[in-house]
Ligand binder design. Structure first.
Ligand SMILES: [Zn+2]
Length: 369
């Protein structure tokens, strides 16, 4: 058993655990709100604390481009910069860089690309991706991996896997920030065979945790669920397991059922801004005229500020008026929703009734869509 992670109870494959970081202990399974530019859009760090978030994700690529990791390091590191005392996971920048197809070139040493901020030519290598994350001082740094497109041929995926393994070794040789954990990334597209092969390689390296990358990138949800259900139980049991960029609430529950411990996704925050608000029975679209004179809260049982204090009618008005407060209240609610379903999932695991909980919640979600 590693000293930074402990599984406290299991319910079939689902796990309830404890992840110890340099900035506090995190109960798993856990959902990490995405703070791309050192802010979970529209929320203050105080808002996140009130919501009960214990770990957030920040993007290496965005912060390296603007304001620059040296500047953040000079201001005391990312925690002090954004006044966030709890844990932070940084991605490696790989996903953002590889998403810029056409504007980047890959070679064995790294990737050359153009900054989305000023168009300048930039380069990211396994060494520089780890150096940036060390400068930011995140609690968990992700290895720099090659993310092939979701529709890539098996030969292309295999080459990306092999390069990801070579890059993973280089990432582990780079210096980490004090107490910083490092996670490796398993690629392999939607092929169970390729996933198993790559998992065996990455699990053989001395990473503190393992992630499944390259999923929820356009493949049908049932395909993703099948891959996760097969592969997650094969990840080393004594290390935390992270499913990157997933997903809808029902995808998170499916991931937990497969034995995943950590999740992140822009869905709660991005959807909030678009008027898509999560409730146990699926979601409601606040743009719908039926909510204009609705005196009820978004959801009676939700403990968030938006639900405790305001009506659907008021939120509908704020949304239609594009008032700044709408974005904050909607994000508060959607993040609370995600944190709550994962917290309730953990409780259900501890009490040995996770399968029933997941089935009930998923049926509710799907009926509402
Ligand atoms: Zn709410």
């Amino acid at each position: 058993m590693s000293d930074h992670f402990e599984v406290l109870s299991k319910c079939q494959e689902a796990r309830a655990g404890i992840l110890r970081t340099a900035h506090g202990t995190v109960e798993t399974p856990v959902f990490m709100p995405v703070g791309t530019q050192a802010t979970v859009k529209s929320l203050s760090s105080g808002d996140l604390e009130t919501l009960g978030a214990r770990i957030i994700l920040a993007n290496t690529y965005h912060l390296a481009m603007r304001p620059g990791h040296e500047l953040i390091a000079g201001l005391g590191g990312l925690h002090r910069f954004m006044a966030w005392p709890a844990a932070i996971l940084t991605d490696s920048g790989g996903f953002q860089v590889f998403s810029q197809s056409g504007r980047r070139t890959i070679d064995e040493d790294g990737v050359t690309f153009q900054s989305h901020v000023d168009g300048s030519t930039q380069r990211l290598t396994p060494e520089s991706a780890m150096a940036i994350q060390a400068a930011l001082g995140s609690d968990i740094a992700m290895a720099f991996d090659e993310c092939p497109p979701s529709d890539a041929e098996p030969a292309v995926i295999t080459k990306a896997m092999e390069r990801t393994t070579r890059w993973a070794r280089r990432c582990l040789e780079a210096e980490a920030a004090p107490g910083q954990l490092r996670f490796g990334v398993v690629q392999g597209g939607t092929s169970i065979e390729l996933r198993r092969a790559h998992l065996a390689e990455i699990a053989g390296l001395s990473f503190d945790g393992l992630a499944l990358g390259g999923l929820s990138v356009g493949e049908p949800p049932e395909v993703m669920h099948a891959v996760v259900a097969h592969v997650a139980p094969l990840l080393p049991a004594d290390r935390p397991r992270y499913l990157m960029g997933v997903g809808r609430p029902q995808d998170v529950l499916a991931g937990i059922a497969a034995g995943i411990d950590m999740f992140d996704c822009v869905m709660p925050t991005r959807n909030a801004r678009n008027g898509h608000l999560f409730v146990p029975a699926g979601h409601l679209n606040i743009a719908n005229t039926r909510y204009r004179d609705d005196p009820r809260p978004l959801h009676e049982a939700c403990p968030c500020e938006a639900c405790r204090r305001y009506s659907r009618g008021y939120l509908s008005h704020l949304f239609r008026s594009k008032e700044i407060l709408y974005y904050r209240l909607a994000t508060v609610h959607n993040v609370q929703y995600y944190l709550n379903i994962v917290r309730a999932a953990r409780q259900a695991i501890v009490e040995g009734r996770f399968a029933a909980y997941a089935a009930e919640q998923t049926a509710l979600m799907e009926a509402g869509e």
